[in-house]
Design a protein around this ligand. Sequence first.
Ligand SMILES: Cc1ncc(COP(=O)(O)O)c(C=O)c1O
Length: 413
Amino acid sequence: MKLPIYLDNHATTPVDPRVLDAMMPYLTTAFGNSGSRSHVFGWEAEAAVDEARHQVASAMNAADKDVIFTSGATESNNLAIFGVARAYSQKGDHIVTGKTEHHAVIDVCRTLEKEGFRVTYLDPDPTGRISAESVTEALTDRTVLVTLMLANNEIGTVHPIAEIGGVCRARGILFHTDAVQGFAKIPFDVESMKVDLASVSGHKIYAPKGVGALYVRGRNPRVRLAPLFVGGGQERGLRSGTLNVPGIAALGKASHIGLSERDEEASRLRALRARLLDGISGALPGVTLNGAPLPAIEPDGGLSPGEPEHRLPGNLNLSFAGVEGEALLMGMKDVAVSSGSACTSASLQPSHVLKAVGVDDDLAHASIRFGLGRFTTAEEIDFAVAATTAAVRRLRELSPMLSARIAGPVDRA
Ligand SMILES: Cc1ncc(COP(=O)(O)O)c(C=O)c1O
């Protein structure tokens, strides 16, 4: 086992060697511009882009031509939300989103508020879910867009996307989902879920950073978008700029692998996550699970029959009473994870996601996000259990008054 171990796969993922192999030719011999129509270099690049478009589209059951390549999900979210708001401003001026969205959604909405739009930020339930009923209640005759993520990047909560999509379609309101964390990891189908726009990112699915895609429904209904960039008119005029052919080839390959290995990988991750939680909560009192409960699983990590899954298989977010997240991170230097406290910012504000699900400030500051991924092994999980347990114990010993108050098994609420 190589140290440090990486358990921060929601932040980014390493490039899968199979993905690297697929992109290499477009960095070396087949380096053409996919817009060059007059020679083989351009044709080769264009063929790679066409294949990748098909692979990305297939992984979400979309038509190939409805997928547009971008620089990543921040751009995809900006293009989707600004694009719809500006293209439909005659029709309405109201947007519905959630309090647990990524900043690449929330900050776009805040910017639109400054431009005169009204935005409803829905509260999640204590597990982080937003129901289709609460979306229905928020809709008005002026609503042009609902934007809610497929799965949360901190607590892993999966929204009832198909139900929300059904509500939006019935009212003739466009529905965008930031699908970054769930795409190619959990079931996602733009047809059955009635999604009109969806953002994905390469570096969350074992492709490189700096490439992403936006699904833009072409029919039933046809979505109009005001572009963010103008120029060469690439990507149906919605995203001008020379295409990142190697990155796009990588995103295509990563989508294909993600889809073909999805269910098997989800089972493996659920089993590893259970091992992580059981190891930590068996050794330490005062551990709280943030987000949705873990589903009941079979020994191989498959879901028990009829068991719903409202959480990403690789996500575990825990709070450790009586310790401070940043200090804990320092105390477990050989395990790369992230914390729900943002002590780098002057404000010392805890995570807006944990706040939105009702975690108090102390426990939010005491939280750790474990993000398991394709290359995580059981040996690494055992190391993480030992490192976390030792670091929490050490910190609690420094504060005996506090640790005396902490008792009891993990609160799995
Ligand atoms: C849910 C979610 N949306 C959007 C983004 C931004 O993606 P990108 O890094 O591709 O811009 C991230 C990445 O952290 C994310 O987790």
